[in-house]
Design a protein around this ligand. Structure first.
Ligand code: NI
Length: 172
């Protein structure tokens, strides 16, 4: 296993269209293992393959015991995931490993049902709410080239852009 570099906004790979996974082979298993290790090393709850520069429909989520009052949840590997139903809406704070040191409130569906394949290629469905529902929507957005900042109001997005410009100027 190896830790891979996490691509940061505005790297174009984060906006690129991702391709369906066709071959669930050793290369893919290695990528999954690396993504899990990279996510854990960065103390993130989710990571999409395009965040490590691989434009494939693959994401990992591990919220563990971070949700108060809920038992520890197992690691989820999502291959070619799609949201097949959603309901309600909820606003909560989000951040992203590709957008360091920035968080903002984002409106998402409250509950989602996702269909995907696991790392063995077996299809499964997952119904979730709370942190898992948020993570699923955030990661599936990544696979569609969307970042959480794309879900902000134009005003908030402008504030983010100005902050980013300032940060880039300071680190240049
Ligand atoms: Ni993210």
């Amino acid at each position: 296993m190896a830790i891979r570099e996490i691509k940061k906004y505005p790297d174009p790979v984060l906006k690129a269209k991702t391709a369906s996974v066709v071959n669930i082979d050793d290369t893919l298993q290695k990528l999954i293992d690396d993504m899990v290790e990279t996510m854990h090393a960065a103390t993130g709850v989710g990571l999409a393959a395009n965040q490590v520069g691989v434009p494939l429909q693959l994401a990992v989520i591990d919220i563990g015991d971070r949700e108060e009052g809920k038992p520890k949840q197992p690691l989820v590997v999502l291959i070619n995931p799609e949201i097949i139903s959603q309901e309600g809406s909820v606003v909560s704070e989000e951040g992203c490993l590709s957008i360091p040191e920035y968080t903002e409130n984002v409106k998402r569906a409250k509950r989602v049902k996702v269909r995907a394949k696991d790392r063995k290629g077996k299809q499964f469905e997952l119904e979730a709410e709370g942190l898992m529902a948020k993570a699923l929507q955030h990661e599936i957005d990544h696979l569609n080239g969307l970042l959480f900042i794309d879900r902000l109001s134009p005003l908030k997005k402008n504030i983010f852009r100005r902050k980013l410009k300032k940060t880039l100027a300071e680190t240049a």
